[in-house]
Design a protein around this ligand. Structure first.
Ligand SMILES: [Zn+2]
Length: 303
């Protein structure tokens, strides 16, 4: 799936204007860079398992995990990050180069030649490639056809990838987790913008989970984990101690916490209206209370 997706992405990047040659060379190195990025994101955000044996993960997962560890050590942060914002090529340039080379090696030994034959019959009109070679070759026309069909092709690839992952992962919304790596808009944004609003109901900055005052700067956390909901909304964010911050875990909150959040939201709306704070976050909070979102999403994330 990663292989097909990378080639599709390369096709999309092909510019129509350079239409001078009939055959286009695609370097395995360029495919490897994209493949690495897919595994990096699926692993750093969701730690998705890519095979049935958790003790012996596929080589791509091992490569991605090593790179993630280096990156997290170097930045001192375990917060998941989208590849394009990570600056990893520069921050970890040596390790990145090594990861790309290892990926090329893995593609050569296990992937690149596989699709030349399906059920021992030669597949025509896809790409030319000699096993172990550094490049593959595609008819420019085929590349542009692929580009034209990219939306349906990428959807089909994601669908197959999701189906495969369903065999090894119990997370909800797997298709969304696979798709997320195509959606640059969907990512963990800073929650700092909510601090002032949350404070209206919680001026002592008490930790939502432990009910004790946070002496340092409080972290802002999602009660219903981000990985189930993929949205930052006032009705779901609270102050917590830094160590109580669960944004990396997929723990579903207890009913007690859900009741606490429902009560908090009502008190918060009351305070915000009292202070005449009216903006889109506040109207969304009101909508969430009316629509009983907390309980609805809590139930949904258990399915
Ligand atoms: Zn706490």
């Amino acid at each position: 799936m990663a292989w097909a997706k990378a080639i599709t992405e390369i096709a999309v990047e092909q510019e129509e204007s350079i239409r001078t040659e009939d055959i286009v060379e695609i370097q395995l190195r360029d495919i490897a860079k994209k493949v690495l990025c897919y595994y990096f994101e699926q692993t750093i955000f969701f730690d998705l398992q890519q095979s049935s044996n958790p003790v012996k993960p596929p080589v791509m997962v091992i490569i991605a995990k090593q790179l993630i560890t280096t990156y997290q050590t170097r930045t001192g942060s375990i917060k998941p990050v989208k590849w394009f914002r990570s600056n990893i090529e520069i921050l970890c340039s040596l390790e990145y180069e090594k990861a790309v080379s290892s990926t090329v090696k893995a593609l050569k030994s296990d992937v690149s030649y596989r699709f030349l034959r399906v059920e021992s019959k030669e597949v025509e009109g896809k790409y030319q490639h000699e096993q172990k070679a550094d490049s593959l070759y595609m008819q420019e026309e085929d590349l542009f056809t692929l580009k034209g069909s990219r939306l349906i092709v990428v959807d089909a690839i994601n669908y197959r990838w999701t189906q495969m992952l369903e065999n090894f992962n119990n997370y909800p919304r797997l298709s969304k987790k696979v798709r997320i790596i195509d959606e640059d808009q969907v990512r963990l944004k800073s929650l700092g913008k909510f601090a002032e609003l949350i404070e209206a109901e919680n001026p002592q900055c008490r930790c939502f989970f432990m009910r004790r005052t946070v002496s340092e700067t409080p972290a802002i956390d999602h009660v219903i984990p981000w990985s189930y909901y993929y949205s930052d909304d006032l009705w779901n964010v609270v102050f917590v101690h830094q160590p109580c911050n669960s944004s990396k875990s997929n723990v579903i909150p207890s009913e007690k916490m859900i009741l606490r959040l429902v009560a908090r939201n009502q008190a918060l709306l009351y305070r915000l209206k009292e202070n005449s704070k009216l903006n889109k976050h506040v109207s969304e909070l009101e909508l969430a209370i009316e629509g009983n979102f907390v309980r609805k999403f809590w139930i949904a994330c258990q399915n």
